[in-house]
Design a protein around this ligand. Structure first.
Ligand code: SF4
Ligand code: SF4
Length: 235
């Protein structure tokens, strides 16, 4: 089966890629070092038998400029409804590492995946597939080539979450200490009680982020073409 089927079903607000069974195994059995708080993903015991049936993984990157967008996964699943088989369903893996393995983007110094289609304005999802796909991953450098001369995200980070000296380079728990404008806007809609719950949930899931490090001009979507030219990859 060709990946175009999924591309057509999802439309232009999505980018699709694919992991083979061997790549999925690599992701699950090797601790792919990736400096974020979800580095080592373990399949939950109740999911293990399902993971054994998967023949490959559809990686979907959705255009999502909003800081908070809990509807992305549902929208993608709805759009894929006619193309997913009965054994196919959303799965949780190390999304960033998966997107990089599928050749869909490059790592930024801010530890995010810069999608070749949507820059940092995106969310990554994955669907377990019961069939193999015909897919050739684009070749790209692992890191965004412009980061070496920039480091703006590091300089702009109010939480001092980047530590140039440490091996991990990034301490995501520090993000939770900063309640930035996107979160404040979200919280203004809630009661105090709801906000307490919202903050507790967000901190647990690593969702409390000011996102200053995602809105730096050099790596914005507007500069996509120049960045891709500089990366020189086959996309
Ligand atoms: S702000 Fe600069 S260093 Fe940070 S991810 Fe963007 S290009 Fe890379
Ligand atoms: S979300 Fe905010 S605190 Fe966290 S790394 Fe980015 S800029 Fe720093």
């Amino acid at each position: 089966m060709k990946i175009d089927v999924y591309e057509d079903a999802l439309g232009r607000d999505y980018q699709v890629g694919y992991l083979s069974r061997a790549q999925l195994d690599h992701l699950l059995t090797n601790e792919v070092f990736y400096y974020d708080n979800f580095a080592a993903h373990t399949v939950l015991p109740e999911e293990q038998s399902y993971f054994r049936t998967i023949k490959g993984v559809l990686i979907v990157i959705a255009y999502s400029p909003a800081a908070y967008d809990y509807t992305v996964k549902k929208r993608a699943a709805d759009a894929l409804l006619g193309t997913l088989g009965p054994g196919d369903r959303p799965i949780t893996i190390n999304f960033k590492a998966a997107a990089l393995l599928a050749g869909m983007g490059m790592r930024g110094y801010n530890t995010l995946v810069w999608s070749t289609r949507f820059a940092f304005d995106c969310k990554i999802l994955a669907f377990g597939l019961s069939q193999k796909l015909d897919y050739r991953a684009p070749t790209l450098p692992e890191y965004l080539p412009i980061c070496a001369d920039c480091l703006l995200c590091h300089q702009n980070c109010p939480g001092r979450a980047f530590d140039l000296e440490s091996e991990e380079r990034f301490a995501p728990e520090k993000c939770s200490e900063i309640i930035g404008p996107p979160i404040r806007t979200e919280m203004a809609k809630n009661t105090d009680e709801e906000n307490e719950e919202f903050l507790a949930y967000g901190k647990r899931r690593g969702l409390i982020m000011c996102r200053e490090c995602q809105s730096c001009a050099p790596c914005s979507l507007e500069n996509r073409e120049q960045i891709l030219d500089r990366a020189g990859g086959q996309t």
